[in-house]
Design a protein around this ligand. Structure first.
Ligand code: G3I
Length: 304
């Protein structure tokens, strides 16, 4: 096929992008979004600070705009993210112990209920493991409420929206290393004990210091072998030209080679939409033109 979404669909997968609600009125941006993608992830609009700015009072306007656009173009929605140590509203940052645990659980329940039936996959918990060689949980206010905070968040999400696939999402877990080993052990344990988890997201923010790992596909496969879907959730690759194009093609091929890798999301549309302060990590240039990376990704989706 001739677009990312349609080509991925032919392979039983989706191809998505992060979307910012305030850009939906930009016609270049919207034109590419509507044409190319069949999944969207709200870049910031479903995060805790956006959806519950004051405790117990919920604000869904910007996220609802993105969900409405997704519906109108027939795209799936990846919900991002119910429980995360970052982008918490100030009131939550100031809580601890039982008060924070209960606030987190109420947040998960309320947001998942608001979007019940409309979310393909939820990032229930984001970035809960530490970087480096420890394999430990990240120290955070949520972690300090007790090691079981992750599983109780997953159970609350399942109760609120039984049809949504529930994912754990992280970065620097794209290859086999101490951090991904620790996530692997958690998923294995959740599966063994019946904690509801359906998918693992690999953010895949790549640059020249940490390029596509050589065991990327093998790592996706070992998680899939645990009985979860795997998804590339925030793909962007620093660089330009042929090198960048080849890396995008390799990432797409890695997903296609893993039966349970059911979707790829890039973290923005044009280079100018990227969260990265500088650089050119995406598939379209600042004017919305297709880059070599776009053509390589499309060709890879089509088996090239
Ligand atoms: O909305 C305010 C605006 O009112 C204000 O004028 C402006 C001034 O700086 O800031 C705006 O908020 C910014 C927000 O993006 C919306 O643009 C925040 O400062 C900024 O911190 C925030 O950055 C987001 C970042 O997550 C925060 O952690 C990025 O857009 C977003 O792409 C990024 O996404 C994360 C994923 O959620 C998790 N994985 C890593 C990924 C990249 O960092």
């Amino acid at each position: 096929a001739t677009t990312l979404g349609a080509s991925a669909a032919e392979k039983g997968r989706y191809f998505g992008t992060a979307v910012a609600a305030y850009k939906l009125s930009d016609s270049t941006y919207s034109g590419i979004l509507n044409r190319e993608f069949n999944s969207v992830t709200p870049e910031n609009e479903m995060k805790w600070d956006a959806t519950e700015p004051t405790q117990g009072s919920f604000s869904y306007g910007s996220a609802d705009q993105i969900v409405a656009r997704a519906k109108s173009i027939g795209a799936k929605v990846r919900g991002h993210a119910l429980a995360w140590h970052s982008q918490q509203p100030g009131w939550a940052q100031n809580l601890s112990g039982t008060a924070l645990r209960n606030a987190m659980l109420n947040h998960v329940t309320q947001v998942a209920t608001h979007y019940k039936g409309q979310i393909d996959s939820w990032d229930v918990v984001n970035e809960a493991f530490a970087d480096g060689g420890s394999g430990a949980r990240r120290d955070s206010n949520l972690q300090r409420t007790g090691n079981d905070w992750i599983e109780v968040a997953f159970r609350a999400a399942r109760a609120a929206d039984p049809a949504a696939k529930l994912c754990y999402n992280d970065y620097n877990t794209d290859g086999q290393n101490a951090k991904s080993n620790a996530v692997f052990a958690m998923v294995q344990d959740f599966k063994a004990r019946g904690v509801p988890i359906d998918c693992v997201g690999f953010q895949s923010h790549f640059n020249s210091q940490s390029p596509l790992p050589s065991d990327y596909q093998a790592n996706l496969q070992r998680f899939a072998n645990l009985g979860v879907d795997v998804q590339i959730t925030e793909l962007d690759i620093e660089g330009s030209g042929t090198a960048q194009a080849n890396s995008y093609a390799s990432a797409v091929r890695a997903c296609l080679a893993v039966t349970r890798c059911n979707g790829i999301t890039v973290w923005g549309i044009r280079d100018s939409d990227s969260w990265r302060a500088s650089g050119t990590p995406l598939l379209f240039d600042g004017s919305g033109n297709k880059k070599a990376a776009y053509t390589a990704a499309l060709d890879a989706l089509n088996g090239g």
